[in-house]
Ligand binder design. Sequence first.
Ligand SMILES: NC(=O)c1ccc[n+]([C@@H]2O[C@H](COP(=O)([O-])OP(=O)(O)OC[C@H]3O[C@@H](n4cnc5c(N)ncnc54)[C@H](O)[C@@H]3O)[C@@H](O)[C@H]2O)c1
Length: 444
Amino acid sequence: MRVAMIGSGYVGLVSGACFADFGHVVTCVDKDPAKIEALTRGDIPIFEPGLDDLVATNVKEGRLSFATDLTEAVRSADAVFIAVGTPSRRGDGHADLSYVYQAARDIAKVMDGYTVIVTKSTVPVGTGDEVERIVRETRPDADFAVVSNPEFLREGAAIADFKRPDRIVIGTDDERARRVMAEVYRPLYLNQAPILYTGRRTAELTKYAANAFLATKITFINEIADLCEKVGANVQEVARGIGLDNRIGGKFLHAGPGYGGSCFPKDTLALIKTAQDAGSPMRIVETVAAVNDQRKRAMARKVIAACGGSVRGKTVAVLGLTFKPNTDDMREAPALSIITALQDGGAKIRAYDPEGMEQAQSLLEHVTYCDNAYDCVEGADALVIVTEWNAFRALDLDRVKGQMKAPVVVDLRNIYRADEMARRGFLYVSVGRPDGAADADGLM
Ligand SMILES: NC(=O)c1ccc[n+]([C@@H]2O[C@H](COP(=O)([O-])OP(=O)(O)OC[C@H]3O[C@@H](n4cnc5c(N)ncnc54)[C@H](O)[C@@H]3O)[C@@H](O)[C@H]2O)c1
């Protein structure tokens, strides 16, 4: 099959490289010339484990190429995927669909013969109808179908998720399009990935329902963590106690500083707007978004309390900036709100992240970026662990303590044991666990 991927960001590039790896001939298109130049040179513009090798192999095999102009790729394609961004629209929280609609117009102008246009971007219910209308308006003569095929990959594990997905959702009523999609994904259902064929609107809504549900799970355990702190219970043990119930499941039950990233915050907001517009408000999701929003600054207050009530003139070391480990993505990362709130309180910030510092620099001001974790804690009055990169899980704690001005550690990911930290002489605060209490090994 010949595939054109419009948009070569986290989703487009991973999907394109994986499709090429299945044996399809793929062109990844992006309107950002710097991105395409980098890819053509062999440089990967994002950090995603394993992506550099996957791209290099498939370019070498002649199955993967890059372009800024979509004409050639679209003309020869059996399926044209739209994988452009759908950020929150400034002001009202609706998904900004201008990139999707522009891509639809661009595709319509050049497509040739029967073409399946597939929306992989996360888009509100009814977007497929509008894409169809735009294409029909631009090219009344065109022979095409518009399919919804939402993507469920996670940054940091994107290649494994794409190649071994829990499910593939394909929304279309067009029998020809369905056959094309079956062929595109054939290598995957040989691996027995379940394919769900649904109507287009159902597929569109399924993506939002999945993300809103996961965001709700995280927010639920975060509120349980707050309650644990008040009543002297341990949230990790509660999470394990409920997560072993198959009806609940153990994933997404890690208490922390609140969800962030390029998807959950914007997708919950967009679903809230869709539901309000449809006259069927989702009050649970509205509450989840509001609770999560407040949580990030609440984490800064936790740090301030650990520092004795004020951080004015103090130095706070922050380890981990990205919204989760194994990505360089800083979009809506909790670290952004936490650092800003600490700066508002008068703190000086030193920070280190293995991959996120380049993106962070354009989003945060007056931060001293460091070369490694030990450099970061030098002279600090407190250390805050915001993102649980593996490199932070087994720090030389005596060295850390020796370099800090005061031995205060606020661990927002619960990666250390409270009893161990107390024994080593730290004032240690974590999330939803009794300070200094013995934690059982091997939890979650
Ligand atoms: N990042 C994730 O983990 C993830 C997971 C599942 C779904 N999604 C969804 O996938 C979509 C893309 O997300 P992303 O994180 O890959 O975004 P991204 O910002 O990393 O990439 C989007 C790319 O599209 C390009 N682009 C925009 N308009 C274009 C046009 N008309 N022609 C060519 N290129 C164009 C941009 O230059 C950019 O490189 C979003 O709707 C997102 O919600 C993302």
